[in-house]
Design a protein around this ligand. Structure first.
Ligand SMILES: Nc1ncnc2c1ncn2[C@@H]1O[C@H](COP(=O)(O)OP(=O)(O)O)[C@@H](O)[C@H]1O
Ligand SMILES: [Mg+2]
Length: 153
């Protein structure tokens, strides 16, 4: 990639530092105002890097009343939320345990993507492979400071 393109992309990426789970939730809450209905968003980063905390903040923005937790064992959680006084569905995936695209299809992945819902996907690699498009994504990182998380939106 040319240096000019690299510089444009670099200035478009927003970098946020947080120092507690609550701050990461607030970052998710703020980010949620940029989400549109029918968006499919991937969340990447190691275990414990803050993906689920950030998604909790997104869900708070959409007035979700259900408990938001990583759906690691269920693969997908469906929450009822609201946007502009309209009921919406938020589908929260964690694809960490899935091993193949056929496993993704067997959970009915395609049925979750709709005009009236938002899909938030932790460990999105199989979804990206299946959809064949780049997803809007949020990336999480942590270095040596215990509670510091670096979030790229
Ligand atoms: N700045 C921070 N942001 C988010 N989580 C933090 C932060 N500092 C410490 N933590 C802890 O890190 C863990 C993040 O967990 P979680 O959001 O479930 O990660 P992931 O979904 O990426 O596996 C939680 O145990 C949380 O208490
Ligand atoms: Mg998680």
């Amino acid at each position: 990639m040319c240096l000019f393109c690299y510089k444009i992309i670099f200035t478009l990426i927003n970098k946020i530092l947080t120092y507690s789970p609550e701050e990461t939730q607030e970052a998710g809450f703020d980010f949620a105002s940029t989400i549109n209905l029918s968006d499919v968003i991937g969340f990447t980063g190691e275990l414990g890097s803050g993906k689920t905390q950030f998604i909790k903040g997104i869900c708070k923005y959409f007035q979700v009343k259900d408990v938001v937790n990583s759906p690691t064992f269920l693969i997908v959680n469906e929450y009822k939320g609201s946007l502009n006084n309209k009921d919406i569905t938020i589908n929260h995936f964690d694809l960490y345990r899935l091993k193949s695209e056929s496993e993704l299809l067997s959970i009915g992945f395609d049925n979750y993507i709709s005009e009236n819902s938002i899909c938030l996907i932790e460990w999105p690699d199989l979804a990206i492979q299946h959809l064949g498009i780049e997803l809007k994504s949020v990336n999480f990182d942590y270095r040596n400071k215990e509670n510091e998380r670096i979030i790229y939106t």
